[in-house]
Design a protein around this ligand. Structure first.
Ligand code: CUA
Length: 171
């Protein structure tokens, strides 16, 4: 009667298997429901780029990366991730201001995680990763690579400074 009986003889163990299956199904249904109801999706956009020619593009050329303040006061941060660092290595953005990160990898898969904030994304070679967020607390944050990218992975990080002023720096 119990389909699990063929793989498990113990009644108590079968109860726990059913319970954990039920929890997995409930979690999956909730996740699916909120993903559809709130239009939640991974923080990425499908925008391709040739990772081997970043330096030849307008946007990701060395002279053009960094922090730019837009006409409406929001900030766009353009960065390149490459083994083993983020460029520019130090960025400054204003507190409580919409910040759009546009990051491209020059080589392999990288990731970004900024502890104590909701800034996180994968940086997939061949694509531009775009995330818009804002930082409610000023201070210095670590900008960490969180995808294993080689022997120097654990040294791949840079500095994000959230300033209490209303305008960002320009580099
Ligand atoms: Cu870049 Cu790990």
């Amino acid at each position: 009667m119990d389909p699990l009986k063929t793989i498990c003889d113990d009644a108590l163990e079968r109860k726990w298997i059913w319970l954990s299956l039920l929890m997995a199904i409930v979690a999956g249904v909730l996740l699916g429901f909120y993903a559809v109801a709130n239009n939640i999706h991974p923080p990425s956009n499908v925008e391709t780029i040739d990772s081997s020619r970043l330096h030849l593009t307008e946007e990701f050329a060395e002279d053009n990366i960094g922090v730019a303040t837009n006409a409406d006061g929001s900030v766009t941060v353009t960065m390149v991730a490459a083994r083993y660092g983020f460029y520019p290595p130090r960025i400054e953005v204003p507190v409580n201001t919409p910040v759009t990160f546009r990051i491209a990898s020059a080589d392999v898969l990288h990731g970004v995680h900024v502890p104590n904030t909701n800034m996180t994304t994968m940086i997939v070679p061949g694509y531009v990763s775009e995330v818009t967020t804002s930082f409610p607390r000023s201070g210095e944050y670590s900008f960490l690579c969180n995808e294993y990218c080689g022997l120097g992975h654990d040294a791949m990080w840079s500095r994000l400074v959230v300033t209490s002023g209303s305008t960002g720096g320009d580099s």
